[in-house]
Design a binder for this molecule. Structure first.
Ligand code: UGA
Length: 438
């Protein structure tokens, strides 16, 4: 087992640090953000991620996991350094790598013995080479290091399980020694026969982008199929299910919705597209997935306005679900943002509810009304929109809802409600690719 430093305590860094300590390693999670580290040092988790607190608590208790703002010392004291800082979207769709490069410089300056430098953050193909040359620029001549690209495939909301029981581990390096050390870092998974892909750095970097862009493409594809289903009277759920029965297609990521959001797909598809343009190797499929996704978000807004006869001014609309998907408080690129924005622009009033994401969306909309339950959100409203597939919305009591609202109009962008129940209760409703409003 190894002495490890994980730099960055966001979704990727914190889940990885906790998971690596759970595998038996000695892990320090380091971050320059003092507020995050002091929260962690007092046993609090700065993000909503199911199961994470339990893993952090048990490893802190066993003295395998600790937190520090002294990133330089943490680097000097460890044999394996994971880079897990953010790579947000830059001005022109490219990934902003400033945090990664400043960490690389810090690593170079503090390289006091042989170490493995391992990138977990999603970085464009070719970044590994830049990190290596930056470390070389700042390190002393007589110390050596090896570089590994080890992309993560964690889904927010299921990240702990994805880390502890992954469907594959990708290790990109040109060093056999580094590969041996990484085997030790991930020893329980090697013992478990988890598939390990041992390859070079650019291939590992490409695997991450190719995977995320493919999943994004799958979602845009089923969203377009859903739209055509509406026009021809087909049910997209039955279509997707039958498609998924074909093992070559698989049933996963064929759920239609309001368009993909989150911190990964929107950013990674744009970054891959931007790279492909730079290389003059067009990726028309990825470009189409992005266009379709933007259109899908607009379609949801059109659907709502259409349901309301385009009379939004002075009306109140309940928006149920603010996070980009269930089981997370993350609102980055959430379709709810465009939805709320459009209602406000049309001079409508929004009453919003989400079980965990209200604090985060308040940064976008400080002045709208927030409710502490779906019941208070929908009270006396002219229409209700479901934007996130939280379990509590799947189980909405439609009889109670109908009594609370002013007008029984519902847009279900996640297809969580029963068409049969909505019809029998006399709702005017719409959804995605099932039964369009007449
Ligand atoms: C995604 C990938 O699934 C992870 O493997 C990857 O590691 C991660 O990005 C990352 O790069 O860090 P995440 O963004 O957390 O994970 O969430 P997903 O579950 O993939 O959902 C992304 C979006 O697609 C959500 O808005 C979700 O509602 C939407 N979606 C997903 C659909 O509309 N339909 C589906 O069938 C599946």
């Amino acid at each position: 087992m190894k002495n490890i430093t994980v730099i960055g305590t966001g979704y990727v860094g914190l889940v990885s640090g906790a998971g690596l300590s759970d595998f038996g390693n000695q892990v320090v999670c380091a971050d320059i953000d003092e507020s995050k580290i002091s929260l962690l040092q007092t046993g609090k988790i700065p993000i909503f991620e199911p199961g994470l607190k339990e893993v952090v608590d048990r490893n802190v208790k066993s003295n395998r996991l600790s937190f520090t703002v002294d990133v330089s010392k943490a680097i000097r004291d460890s044999e394996v350094i994971f880079i897990g800082v953010g790579t947000p979207e830059g001005k022109n769709g490219e990934a902003d790598l400033s945090a990664v490069f400043s960490v690389a410089e810090m690593i170079g300056k503090n390289l006091n013995s042989y170490k493995i430098i391992c990138t977990k953050s999603t970085v464009p193909i070719g970044t590994g080479a830049k990190i290596i040359s930056l470390i070389n620029k700042f390190k002393k001549k007589d110390v050596e290091f090896d570089y590994v690209s080890n992309p993560e495939f964690l889904r927010e909301g299921a990240a702990v399980q994805d880390f502890l029981i992954p469907n594959r581990i990708v290790l990109g390096t040109n060093s056999q020694k580094a590969f041996q050390i990484m085997q030790d870092v991930y020893r329980p998974l090697f013992i478990n026969d988890t598939p390990i892909v041992f390859t070079n750095v650019p291939t590992a970097e490409m695997i991450k982008y190719a995977s995320n862009a493919f999943l994004a493409l799958k979602i845009s594809y089923i969203n377009e199929i859903a739209n055509v289903c509406e026009a021809v009277g087909a049910d997209v759920h039955i279509v997707a299910k039958a498609m998924g029965n074909d093992g070559r297609i698989s049933p996963k990521f064929l759920h239609p919705g309001p368009g993909f959001g989150g911190s990964c797909f929107p950013k990674d598809t744009k970054a891959l597209l931007s790279l492909s343009k730079e290389l003059n190797e067009p990726m028309n499929t990825v470009a189409a997935a992005i266009v379709t996704n933007n259109r899908q978000k607009e379609r949801m807004i059109d659907k709502l306005f259409n349901l309301m006869g385009n009379a939004i001014k002075g009306k109140t609309i309940a928006v149920l679900g603010l996070s980009f998907k269930q089981m997370t408080d993350d609102v980055r690129e959430s379709a709810s943002i465009e939805m709320i924005q459009s209602i406000i622009e049309k001079n409508g009033t929004v009453k919003a509810y989400d079980p965990v994401a209200i604090q985060n969306i308040k940064k976008h909309f400080p002045d709208i009304e927030y409710s502490t339950s779906w019941q208070t959100a929908v009270k006396d409203t002219d229409a209700v929109v479901i934007m996130t597939e939280w379990h509590e919305f799947r189980g909405l009591d439609l009889v109670e809802l109908k009594q609370l609202v002013k007008t029984p109009i519902i847009l279900d962008t996640r297809n969580v409600l029963s068409i049969k129940d909505l019809t029998s209760l006399g709702f005017k409703f719409d959804n995605v690719g099932r039964k369009a409003v007449k």
